[in-house]
Design a protein around this ligand. Structure first.
Ligand code: PLP
Length: 406
């Protein structure tokens, strides 16, 4: 049977504009009511709703403490500051992540040290030892897309070298590893509630930890450096104002009420999709790990081998978009290639750094789409599968386009 013509080449798309994907963010009367109640209460500032959210989120992740703050970026900066990271101190981070994982170290005066990711898109535990120096203070693994890293090995390496583990769990709300929540597997974990995230108030962040002293220092930093028993104008350290508002907490409390069910739905759809797409020659979904007891699926990550699949990643992405699948090529470069890390005090610092897997993901093979598509029903997942099969069947025509553009 001849392959049906791609939308990119004038055929009918699998999903036309009449068929929309699940919308994000999800909200209903729970958010409306909570926002209105907050408005009418005239108590808009950092009070009982923030405290309720912190308690509920700590319980959701299985942590003893949660300190909320204004974003995942500030959560990272606060956690790094609370570690007393000083100029010259090094923190190991992956190069394939949002830039905040590295800038939180840099802005606090430390130096990010980039260690490549592995085929699971996460920090490669095999490569960490070689990057450790006497100045290594912490390792910051990122549970990319909500798939938890090899925490057994990362924790063991960190313990051997006296380094702390701060998990960047900004994609991993509800993810678990051997039954334990992401963010509770090391010294502390950071979370984001920015608009694109699986639970959101537009912006927002949190640090979770089981260490009461660390939690207190983080709290103090978010609260202008006040100590737990300081006078109002008594400041025990240099902090900042990173407080969440009651409006944000009102929304987050409502959002948290849906997170468990949504996480289960995303995981069920994600696993179903991964099982089918793994059968397509030249495509590899981000792999699982039996120790991961729940994946959060902030993103659905897929890797293409252009030679085996039959066309380039960029051709795949363009064809998929034309068919109605909003998939993207992800980060355009590893963090050490960003101007931010090629200039100022970092000029020349990373010139010799080469992380082949991260570079391959950025420049050749990585693709992802966003979590809300996984909130759909079986017909939505079937459409994604149909689109991928259609592109595969037309790979030769796409390859011809690739060749024309060369
Ligand atoms: C892995 C990772 N870390 C940190 C952050 C920073 O979070 P925020 O956008 O809330 O500052 C993000 C946000 O995209 C992220 O994806």
């Amino acid at each position: 049977m001849a392959a049906s013509r791609l939308a990119l080449h004038g055929g009918a798309p699998v999903r036309g504009p009449d068929k929309s994907w699940p919308a994000w963010p999800v909200f209903d009367d729970a958010e409306r009511r909570a926002l209105n109640e907050t408005l009418e209460s005239c108590a808009w500032w950092y009070g009982e709703r923030v405290a309720a959210f912190e308690g509920a989120f700590a319980a959701f992740q299985g942590a003893a403490h949660c300190v909320s703050c204004t974003s995942g970026t500030t959560a990272g900066e606060i956690a790094i500051q609370a570690m007393d990271i000083a100029p010259g101190d090094e923190v190991i981070v992956p190069p394939y992540t949002f830039i905040a994982t590295a800038t939180c170290v840099a802005r606090m005066g430390g130096t990010p040290v980039f260690v490549d990711v592995d085929d699971a898109w996460n920090l490669n535990a095999d490569l960490i030892d070689a990057a450790i120096t006497p100045r290594t203070r912490a390792i910051m693994p990122v549970h990319f897309s909500g798939r938890v890293c090899d925490m057994d090995r990362i924790n063991a390496i960190a313990a051997r070298h006296g380094a702390a583990v701060i998990e960047d769990a900004c994609h991993a709300w509800g993810a678990t590893y051997q039954g334990k929540g992401a963010g509770t597997l090391g010294k502390a974990g950071i979370f984001s509630f920015q608009m694109s995230k699986n639970i959101t108030a537009g912006e927002g962040g949190a640090i979770v930890t089981d260490d009461p002293d660390f939690a207190e220092v983080c709290r103090s930093i978010t609260h202008c450096g006040r100590g737990s028993d300081s006078a109002w104008y008594g400041h025990v350290r240099v902090g900042t104002n990173a407080r969440l508002t009651e409006f944000q907490a009102a929304v987050l409390n409502a959002q948290l009420g849906r997170l468990e069910e949504q996480t289960i739905r995303r995981e069920r759809n994600g696993e179903r999709l991964a099982a089918v797409l793994a059968q397509v020659e030249g495509l590899t979904p981000q792999p699982g790990d039996p120790r991961i007891t729940r994946r959060a699926y902030h993103l659905f990550c897929l890797r293409i081998d252009p030679e085996r699949f039959g066309c380039s990643r960029d051709a795949f992405v363009r064809a998929a978009e034309a068919e109605g699948l909003p998939i993207g090529a992800g980060y355009g470069m590893p963090i050490y290639h960003q101007q931010a890390f090629r200039s100022g005090r970092f000029a020349g610092r990373y010139d010799a750094v080469s992380c082949p897997v991260a570079e391959d993901l950025c420049y050749r093979s990585g693709m992802w789409f966003s979590h809300q598509l996984l909130l759909g029903d079986e017909a939505d997942i079937a459409d994604i599968i149909e689109i991928v099969h259609k592109i595969k069947a037309n790979a030769a025509a796409l390859r011809a386009m690739d060749a024309d553009e060369e």
